[in-house]
Design a protein around this ligand. Structure first.
Ligand SMILES: [Zn+2]
Length: 410
C-alpha cells in the first residue's frame, strides 16, 4: 500500500481509489502501472474480459508506447507469460518549480525519474508573461537537448508556484508575493504553446507530494514544512494532497506564536513567519550588525559558526515546533518533513523543532512520529510538480484521450 506507482496488490488502494474495471485501454494501463495485473492472463482474470479483448487493449497500449512486454513472469508450467510494464521511454513530463527568486524546470520520464533540470535566477514579481516566457524557452531547450530515442513526446506539465492556487482552474488567487498573477490562466498559457494540460498547485503541496512518494512512501499522513523566506505547510492526508475548501490549507505562517508581538507583513503581529521566517531572521541579525540579506546568508553564517545566527535559528526552530505541536495533536501525522532554504542547516533548526514538539504534543501523537529533513532537497518542487502531471497523464481517462488523439493524428 505504498506509492501510486508500485502498489503490490489491492482491491482498494487508498492512493488510487478502487481498482478500475479495465474496460478501456486506460483502465488496463492503470492495472499494469499499479502492479495489480502485469500479464495478459492476470488482466483477463482481474477484469473478466475475453483474452482477445485484453490482447486488443494491451496491443493498443504497446503501439502507442505506453507499455512494454518484457522479461518473463514466474509461471507454474507451460510457456511462461511475458510481464507487462510501463514504458519509460518516449514520454516526457515537465516539472516546473517557480519560487520568489528562482525557477527550476525539470524533465522527467513517465516513471517520475528526473532526467535533467535547469535552474535560473528569476523574479516572480516581474509578472506572469516574463516568468512563464522564460519557463517556455527553458522547456523547449531541455526537450531539444534531450536526445532520447525515440524522441520524447511531452505528455503534461506540472507547475508549483509560491502562493495559493485554485486547483480546479490552475489560477493563483490573491498571491501575496506574486503581483500581477491574480487569476492569471497559467494552464492556458502552456496549453496554447505545448498542446498539453498543465496542472498548477501551491509549491508546498507539490513538495509534500515529492517527499511522500519518493522518500516516505509508507507515510500516508505527512506534513511538509517549508521554512524559507516565508513558512508554509503541505499536507498529505491518506496518501493524497489535502488542499482545503479554497486551496489555502496549510497556510500556517500567520498562526500566532506565544505572547510575541513582532509585526508581520500581513498586518497582524506575533505570526510564526514574523518570528521564524528567513526574512524576519535576517532582519534581526542585521539589527545585531551582521550582514544578512536573506535565508542564504543565514545558512552561511550558521555554517561559519556564528553564535548569534545559530541561536536565532534554534529559536526559530522552537517557534516552528510550537506551532507544529498543535498541528501534530490535531492531524496525527506519521512523518513531518522540514524543507526550504533554512532546512540546509537542519541540525540547528530541527533541534529546536523537536524540542518543542516532544515537550508539547500529546504522547500518543508523537509515539511513532518522525521529524526529518527533506530528502528530495532542491529538486522537491520540480519532482513534485512532475508527479502531479504524471498522475494526470496516466489517469485512465487521459490515456484513453491520448490514444484517440494519436490515432486521429496519424
Ligand atoms: Zn502574519
Amino acid at each position: 500500500m505504498s506509492s501510486h506507482f508500485s502498489s503490490p496488490s489491492l482491491s482498494s488502494d487508498p492512493v488510487q481509489g478502487p481498482t478500475p474495471p479495465g474496460q478501456t485501454p486506460g483502465e488496463v494501463l492503470a492495472l499494469i502501472s499499479s502492479g495489480v495485473a502485469v500479464t495478459r492472463a492476470e488482466i483477463a482474470r482481474r477484469t473478466g474480459l475475453a483474452r482477445s479483448t485484453v490482447s486488443h487493449r494491451v496491443d493498443a497500449l504497446i503501439a502507442h508506447g505506453f507499455v512494454v512486454e518484457g522479461t518473463e513472469a514466474p509461471s507454474t508450467g507451460g510457456r511462461p507469460p511475458r510481464r507487462l510494464s510501463l514504458r519509460a521511454h518516449g514520454h516526457a513530463i515537465a516539472g516546473v518549480d517557480i519560487g520568489a527568486s528562482h525557477c527550476r524546470v525539470g524533465l522527467l520520464d513517465i516513471n517520475g525519474t528526473l532526467l535533467k533540470a535547469r535552474e535560473d535566477p528569476l523574479t516572480i514579481a516581474d509578472g506572469p508573461e516574463a516568468v512563464l516566457g522564460h519557463v517556455e524557452r527553458t522547456l523547449h531547450a531541455l526537450l531539444e537537448a534531450d536526445g532520447g530515442t525515440p524522441p520524447r513526446t511531452l505528455r503534461a506539465i506540472g507547475v508549483g508556484v509560491p502562493g495559493p492556487v485554485e486547483y480546479s482552474t490552475g489560477r493563483p488567487v490573491d498571491p501575496p508575493i506574486m503581483p500581477g498573477w491574480h487569476h492569471y490562466p497559467i494552464p492556458e498559457f502552456f496549453g496554447d504553446r505545448f498542446g498539453v494540460r498543465a496542472l498548477v498547485d501551491n509549491d508546498v503541496n507539490v513538495m509534500a507530494l515529492a517527499e511522500q512518494r519518493r522518500a516516505f512512501p509508507d507515510a500516508m499522513h505527512l506534513l511538509y514544512l517549508k521554512v524559507g523566506t516565508g513558512i508554509g505547510c503541505g499536507i498529505v492526508a491518506d496518501g493524497r494532497i489535502h488542499r482545503g475548501a479554497q486551496g489555502s490549507a496549510g497556510d500556517i505562517g500567520h498562526i500566532r506564536v506565544g505572547e510575541r508581538d513582532d509585526p508581520c507583513r500581513c498586518g497582524n503581529s506575533g505570526c510564526l513567519e514574523a518570528i521564524a521566517g528567513g526574512a524576519a531572521l535576517a532582519e534581526r541579525l542585521r539589527g545585531l550588525g551582521l550582514e544578512a540579506g536573506g535565508s542564504l546568508d543565514i545558512v552561511r553564517l550558521v555554517r561559519e559558526g556564528n553564535r548569534q545566527a545559530v541561536r536565532a535559528v534554534r529559536e526559530a526552530g522552537r517557534a516552528v515546533g510550537e506551532v507544529l505541536s498543535g498541528l501534530v495533536n490535531f492531524f496525527n501525522p506519521e512523518t513531518v518533513v522540514v524543507g526550504g532554504a533554512l532546512a540546509a542547516v537542519h541540525d540547528q533548526l530541527l533541534a529546536g523543532v523537536r524540542e518543542a514538539v516532544y515537550r508539547r504534543s500529546n504522547p500518543l501523537a508523537t509515539h511513532v512520529l518522525r521529524i526529518e529533513p527533506s530528502r528530495t532537497g532542491e529538486n522537491a518542487g520540480s519532482i513534485g510538480a512532475g508527479l502531479l502531471a504524471i498522475e494526470h497523464a496516466l489517469s485512465p481517462a487521459q490515456v484513453d484521450r491520448t490514444l484517440t488523439r494519436d490515432a486521429t493524428a496519424v
